[in-house]
Ligand binder design. Structure first.
Ligand code: RP5
Length: 161
C-alpha cells in the first residue's frame, strides 16, 4: 500500500508533515514530492499518468492560492485524489479551498478542510482499508482511542471545574 503526497511548494511542508505523521502511525508507505500544476505542468502530468503503474493507490495533493494541483492530478489518473487546500495566501485559504473543491463533473477531488492534512491522511487510510483489512482494524482502534481520550478529558474537566 503506497500513498503519493504531492505539494505545490516546499513552503507547504510544515502542514503536509502532519499527513506523513498519520500515515506513519498506520504503517502506510508514502512518497512526498514537490510538483506544481503551474510551475512544473509536464512533470505533474507525467506523474499522474504513471502513478498507478508506479504502485500508488491514493494521491494526496496539497496546494495553495490558485490551487489546481489536485485537479490536474485527478484529470490524469483513475486513482482517488484527496485535495488539501493550503492557507498560504492573503485570502486565508478561501481561494485554495474553492480552487480545489469546485471541480467540474467527471473529475472528483475529495477535498478536506483548509490545512486539513491529518484528515487527508485519515481519508487515504479509509480508502485503502476497503482493500486492506488490517487498516480497517487500525482505523477502528484509532476512533475508539479518540473517543476514550475525550471521555476521559470530559471526566477530568467535570471533576476539576
Ligand atoms: C502554491 O502556491 C503552493 O502550493 C503554495 O501553497 C503557494 C505558495 O508557494 P511559494 O510561493 O511559497 O512557493 O503553488
Amino acid at each position: 500500500m503506497k500513498v503519493a503526497i504531492i505539494m505545490g511548494s516546499k513552503s507547504d511542508y510544515p502542514v503536509v508533515q502532519k499527513a506523513e505523521t498519520i500515515l506513519q502511525e498506520f504503517g502506510v508507505e508514502y512518497e512526498t514530492r514537490i510538483m506544481s500544476a503551474h510551475r512544473t505542468p509536464k512533470v505533474t502530468e507525467a506523474f499522474a499518468a504513471n502513478a498507478e503503474s508506479n504502485g500508488f493507490e491514493v494521491i494526496i495533493a496539497a496546494a495553495g492560492k490558485a490551487a489546481h494541483l489536485a485537479g490536474v492530478l485527478a484529470a490524469g489518473t483513475a486513482l482517488p485524489v484527496i485535495g488539501i487546500p493550503m492557507k498560504s495566501s492573503t485570502l486565508d485559504g478561501l481561494d485554495s479551498l474553492l480552487s480545489t473543491v469546485q471541480m467540474p463533473k467527471g473529475i472528483p477531488v475529495a477535498t478536506v478542510a483548509v490545512d486539513g492534512a491529518e484528515n487527508a491522511a485519515l481519508l487515504a487510510v479509509q480508502i485503502l482499508s476497503v482493500k486492506y483489512d488490517t487498516l480497517r482494524d487500525k482505523m477502528k482502534q484509532y476512533k475508539a482511542k479518540m473517543e476514550a481520550d475525550i471521555i476521559a478529558l470530559d471526566q477530568e474537566f467535570q471533576e476539576n471545574k
